[in-house]
Design a protein around this ligand. Structure first.
Ligand code: TXA
Ligand code: MG
Length: 343
């Protein structure tokens, strides 16, 4: 397949490319679009055969449901059985933005989009290019992260091209994503609201609107063998670099000492800005220690760089789990296969 690259910096100025992307999507094609979280591999959410092509392009198991992206509230009623009061209040507070809300679905959502479940995940992204493409296409877009299954989500067009050239009809290039980790996912389809995936909208922000929110055990812990995943995505082996990644909890001094005495093969460190000089191995910084937003923005690209560099053992500094840090910790502990050393 011939993949077009559509550079869109400003959806007003680059209107012809916005229209091209929208036309491909309306015709049942696949277009990689930027969002404020990560790039998404989009298709018409209401067209089962278009959505099947997403799973083929990604190499993704087809029982893993997709997020449906909308650009305004009027698009929602046909997609859902009902949109409960809590969902409405969350939408008012945090949409457009990095939040996905799961509710019961209507008959309009094909089983390919919902992975055969009776619920649907909905998100209104804030990225101006994503919004312009959805608005111009006039259809809701199903879009998982635009990585090949098993790789970290792409946060810039270069990584989309690396994974998806020849597998999709077009890739929109709009530079780097601001948030850098995937959206927060909360389900309101059951009794109590439950956080399924932490992201740019924090647990504290959700609780400010809804009161107490349960945290699904899979957010922080490995699912035990045979346990049923509330979010099918959580049961699949998540991205782990080719390197053996180990998360290390402790002070910088303890970390530096540990790394120095435990080198195994080509060894690297995943650390915070300014710590490189204290470390005896090649260091990759994934953000500022006190600023989880910078860590979220850079983490996925650093994980890909570790693979590019052929590192064999990687010791990672442990982020704080507060605020957006919970999302950073959730992604990093999966990359480490839940291996944590406490010093
Ligand atoms: O930020 C994001 O959310 C990005 C951008 C492109 O919007 N998309 C994204 O999609 O991360 P994906 O498919 O990589 O992750 C969606 C997650 C999966 O873990 C999936 O299992 C879960 O949401 N999910 C989707 N629909 C669900 C449903 N009805 N019930 C439970 N979990 C659901
Ligand atoms: Mg994904």
């Amino acid at each position: 397949m011939n993949t077009q690259i559509l550079p869109i910096e400003d959806p007003g100025k680059d209107e012809s490319y916005v229209r091209r992307a929208a036309e491909i999507l309306r015709a049942g094609g696949l277009v990689i679009i930027p969002t404020e979280t990560v790039y998404g591999l989009a298709a018409n959410a209401l067209d089962g055969s278009a959505v099947r092509r997403i799973y083929e392009a990604k190499g993704r198991p087809s029982d893993n449901p997709l997020i449906v992206h909308v650009s305004n509230m009027e698009m929602i009623p046909p997609l859902v059985e009902d949109f409960p009061d809590g969902a409405r209040r969350l939408a008012e507070a945090y949409w457009p933005g990095p939040l996905t809300i799961i509710v019961r679905k209507s008959g309009r959502i094909p089983p390919e989009t919902s992975g055969g479940l009776d619920t649907v995940a909905i998100r209104m992204p804030s990225h101006p290019v994503a919004r312009a493409i959805i608005e111009t296409a006039g259809i809701p877009l199903a879009a998982p992260s635009a990585n090949l299954s098993g790789k970290p989500s792409p946060t810039n067009a270069r990584r989309c091209i690396e994974d998806m050239m020849g597998r999709v009809d077009a890739i929109v290039d709009s530079g780097s994503c601001q948030v850098g980790v995937e959206s927060t996912v909360i389900t309101l389809a059951e009794g109590k609201p439950r956080l399924l995936r932490p992201g740019g909208i924090t647990l504290e922000q959700l609780e400010a609107v809804l009161g107490q929110v349960e945290v699904d055990p899979a957010v922080l812990h490995k699912l035990s063998a045979g346990a049923k995943a509330s979010s099918p995505g959580m049961k699949y082996k998540h991205y782990a670099p080719k390197a053996h990644v180990i998360l290390v909890e402790g002070s910088l001094q303890q970390f530096a000492e540990y790394v120095k005495t435990h080198q195994q093969g080509k060894t690297a460190a995943l650390c915070f800005d300014g710590e490189e000089a204290f470390l005896s191995v090649r260091a990759f910084s994934y953000g500022k220690k006190e600023d989880a937003a910078t860590q979220a923005a850079r983490l996925f690209d650093k994980l890909r760089e570790l693979d590019d560099a052929g590192e064999e053992t990687v010791y990672a500094r442990c982020p704080d789990k507060e605020g957006v840090g919970l999302a950073v910790y959730n992604r990093l502990i999966r990359a480490a296969g839940f291996e944590v050393i406490k010093l």
